[in-house]
Design a protein. Sequence first.
Length: 167
Amino acid sequence: MKLLKWQAFVERWRGTSYVLAVITACLVLALGALVRLPAWRQIQAVEQARQAALALEHAAKAGQVVVLRQRQVALTEAEHRLQDVRWQLAAGGGMSDLLEQLAVSGQSLGLQFEHLEVLEELMQAGYRQTPMNMQVVGRYSALRMWLDDWLGQLRLLRAEEMHWHAA
């Protein structure tokens, strides 16, 4: 009896053919998805393995970048140290070497150093300043050649104050 009522309802309802078409389409799609699902899972597994390999490669490259940056910093520091050493070599090393060079070059031109006083060294940003007081006796032309020679060096030599007296 219930079956007859249900059958009568289905026959009278106009949307029955639409519902059956939709149900059939859903069943076909579900069967197609079940057939294709293993292939999709295999593609997904391959792409996940590729993603993992790329992540490992990215991590390795990131480590290389860190090492490269550290090496660049070390290279920059080494270049600065090399420049300092070059500067010191061009400057003749320490203060005693400088004073010896001053005396030897002056004596080769016929100059005599009567007084030489090295004052306290002042540290500045990027360089150091060593003031000196000196008294040199000799001919003007020799003194002029000596000053031109020393003031034209790589060192930053500057004559701030000069007093000329007849000897």
